[in-house]
Ligand binder design. Structure first.
Ligand code: SD4
Length: 331
C-alpha cells in the first residue's frame, strides 16, 4: 500500500525545462526575513554533505544538474558512501558493534516533510533506500532491527555481508582491550548527512551511518532520528549532523538549527548556536566531536563543529568545493 501520493504540481513537472526558475512566492504574511529575501533570488541547485565526500556530492550533482529531485539527489549521493568499503562509518565496511555485527541506521526526509528511517538494521547495503521505501511504501516512519531487515527483503533488497576483513581485523584487535572511546574526527567519524536543493527550489535530506564503532548491541544514535541527525522544512531549510549521536539527540540538534533559521539566523549562525547548546550541556567534558551543516531556502550554507578538523563538501554549478568548518574549541 502506498501511503503517500506524491502529487506533483505543474511547476515540478516543467521546472527541468527552465534554465533559471524563480522560487515560488510564499503567501504567508508572517514568514520571516530570511524567507522574504529568498524570493528575489534564482534557484541555485546545490548539494552539501558532511566531511570530504567528493564522490557523493558529485553523484548528487549529476542528479540535480539533469533536473532531478533533491530527494533522488540525496539518496543517490549518500549511496556512494554506503557502497564504499573504505568508509568504515557507513554501509558496507562499517565498523561493527562490540559483538562483531555491523548495524546500520539511516533516514531520509522530503520537501513535504515525509520521512522514513531504519534503525539497527543488518545485512542490507543501502539503508538509505530502505528508509525511502519505509517513507513511500508504508504507513510508518521508522522500522528497526529484524523487522527493518525483513521489510527490506520484501522490497527486493539483497542480503549482503557488511563486515569486511579490514573492519573485522580491527574489531578483533579492539577486543583485546575492549575500551570504548569516541575519538575525535574522521579517524572514527565519517557519517554522511546530505542536504540538497533542486531546480524547483525544493529541499531534501538524507543521513546514513553504521554508528559508533564497537557500540553496545542495539545502540542507535542520532543519524536515523528525524530532528536529531537530520531535519528538513522546505519553507526554511535543512540541517544534518555527524559525531557523537548521544549529544545531538539531547538537544534535537538538526531540528533546533532549522528552527533557528526560521527565526532569521543564517545557516552558519544556526550551526554555531546548535554546537553551543551542546557544549552548555557538557560543562565538564569536551572529548567528543560534533559537526553540523545547514542550508537555507536561498542556498546559503553553514557548518560548525566542536573540535577543529570537520569540513563539508559542496557541489553547485560552479563546481565542487570543500569548506573547513570553524570550531567551538580552537585546538
Ligand atoms: C552516531 N552520529 O551513530 C553517528 C556517528 C557518526 O561519524 O556521526 N559518525 O552517533
Amino acid at each position: 500500500m502506498q501511503r503517500r501520493k506524491f502529487l506533483k504540481n505543474s511547476t515540478t513537472a516543467t521546472a527541468g525545462l527552465l534554465s533559471v526558475p524563480l522560487l515560488a512566492s510564499c503567501k504567508d504574511e508572517n514568514k520571516n526575513a530570511a524567507i522574504d529575501k529568498a524570493e528575489a533570488r534564482p534557484v541555485r541547485p546545490i548539494a552539501i554533505c558532511t566531511w570530504n565526500f567528493y564522490n557523493a556530492t558529485a553523484r548528487a550533482w549529476e542528479v540535480l544538474k539533469d533536473g532531478g529531485s533533491a530527494l533522488d539527489a540525496v539518496e543517490q549521493g549518500v549511496m556512494v558512501e554506503e557502497a564504499d568499503v573504505e568508509n568504515q562509518t557507513v554501509g558496507v565496511g562499517g565498523r561493527p558493534d562490540r559483538d562483531g555485527n555491523v548495524t546500520l541506521d539511516a533516514c531520509i526526509m522530503d520537501k513535504d516533510s515525509n520521512c522514513g528511517a531504519v534503525l539497527c538494521m543488518q545485512n542490507i547495503a543501502h539503508p538509505i533506500s530502505v528508509a525511502r521505501k519505509v517513507m513511500e511504501e508504508t504507513p510508518h516512519v521508522m522500522l528497526a532491527g529484524k523487522g527493518a531487515e525483513q521489510f527490506a527483503y520484501e522490497q527486493g533488497f539483497e542480503k549482503t555481508d557488511l563486515l569486511t576483513e579490514k573492519s573485522k581485523e580491527e574489531w578483533l584487535e579492539w577486543k583485546k582491550t575492549s575500551k570504548y572511546e569516541t575519538p575525535i574526527n574522521i579517524e572514527n567519524h565519517d557519517t554522511i548527512g546530505m542536504l540538497a536543493i533542486d531546480r524547483n527550489g525544493d529541499i531534501a535530506g538524507g543521513c546514513t551511518t553504521s554508528g559508533m564503532a564497537y557500540k553496545i548491541a542495539g545502540r542507535v544514535g542520532d543519524s536515523p532520528i528525524i530532528g536529531a541527525g537530520l531535519f528538513v522544512d522546505n519553507e526554511v531549510g535543512g540541517a544534518t549532523a555527524t559525531g557523537v549521536g548521544e549529544e545531538v539527540v539531547r538537544t534535537v540538534g538538526s531540528f533546533l538549527i532549522v528552527e533557528l533559521m526560521r527565526q532569521g539566523k543564517s545557516p552558519q549562525e544556526a550551526c554555531e548556536e546548535g554546537v553551543k547548546r551542546i557544549m552548555e550541556k557538557n560543562k565538564d567534558r569536551d572529548d567528543f566531536q560534533i559537526g553540523f551543516i545547514a542550508i537555507n531556502k536561498k542556498g546559503d550554507t553553514g557548518g560548525y563543529c566542536v573540535h577543529p578538523g570537520f569540513s563539508y563538501s559542496m557541489f553547485t554549478e560552479e563546481g565542487q568545493t570543500n569548506h573547513p568548518a570553524e570550531s567551538f574549541l580552537k585546538s
